[in-house]
Ligand binder design. Structure first.
Ligand code: 3SL
Length: 244
């Protein structure tokens, strides 16, 4: 069986299809934060593009079981409990809670492909875990969606798309077809940077944006760590991500 891998840089590029399997990537930092929050025992993460809808939905949830989390332009949203750092979703903070989350790009990408039969969120720390899950599904088509930055290309998401494709090429026991040039380029990017992921993240435009906002050294380290998490964040119901 052949698996066809297709990569779109940003949500706007995705055609109106309901793929069997979709993987959303936002290395800096939404899908890394989602993965760590679930690792640290968050009950679930509900993603929103619209902030008013997020607040209304959160208010319907028990106060001691909810957190509002998100950023705009890299900065924590006023009145929210947490920003979008994977370091902020510590066990003592998130255990047993539902996180109501909205970010500039990552949560919008998750909404864009929410009709997929299987939808996963992936960062570099859980690349292997998500890839192994995809392999177990024996799918014929995989749509990989980078979150980019406000509609434009992002180096770090493409790097992770290449990392995923590389793992699948090596470990899928049948043919892997790299279906578009975007993913060929992402693979080349991965082979170029795979031994210096941290530097790639800092070189990226969004890495520079974060650096200009403050000290994000620990965020960079956390987001660049490869294959250290066994968590597979999947869409359990529309807009709600849980761990498997
Ligand atoms: O764009 C997003 O979804 C965020 O991950 C961006 S930030 O790294 O939190 O600034």
């Amino acid at each position: 069986m052949i698996i066809n891998l297709t990569y779109y840089h940003v949500a706007n590029d995705v055609p109106e299809i309901n793929p069997d399997v979709a993987v959303v990537i936002d290395v800096l930092r939404a899908t890394t934060t989602i993965s760590w929050a679930l690792k640290n025992g968050a009950d679930s993460i509900q993603v929103f593009a619209d902030l008013n809808l997020l607040k209304t939905s959160a208010m319907k949830w028990p106060a001691d079981k909810r957190l509002m989390l998100g950023e705009r332009g890299g900065k924590k949203i006023d009145g929210f409990d947490l920003g979008n750092s994977p370091l902020s979703v510590k066990k003592e903070t998130v255990l047993g809670k539902r996180l109501f989350m909205s970010t500039t790009n990552g949560t919008k990408s998750l909404k864009e492909v929410q009709n997929a039969k299987h939808l996963f969120a992936m960062g570099l720390p859980n690349r292997k875990a998500v890839a192994d899950k995809i392999i177990s599904l024996n799918t014929e088509n995989l749509l990989i969606l980078g979150s980019g930055w406000e509609g434009s290309y992002s180096l770090e998401d493409s790097l992770a798309a290449g990392a995923l494709a590389s793992y699948l090429k090596t470990n899928f026991n049948s043919e892997v077809n790299i279906a578009n040039d975007e993913l060929q380029a992402a693979l080349a990017l991965w082979y170029f940077w795979e031994n210096d992921i941290l530097q790639c993240l800092k070189t990226a435009t969004h890495g520079k944006r974060l650096t200009s906002l403050g000290d994000y050294e620990d965020d960079f380290k956390c987001c660049s760590e490869l294959d250290c998490l066994d968590i597979v964040p999947f869409q359990a119901e529309r807009g709600v991500i849980r761990a498997s």
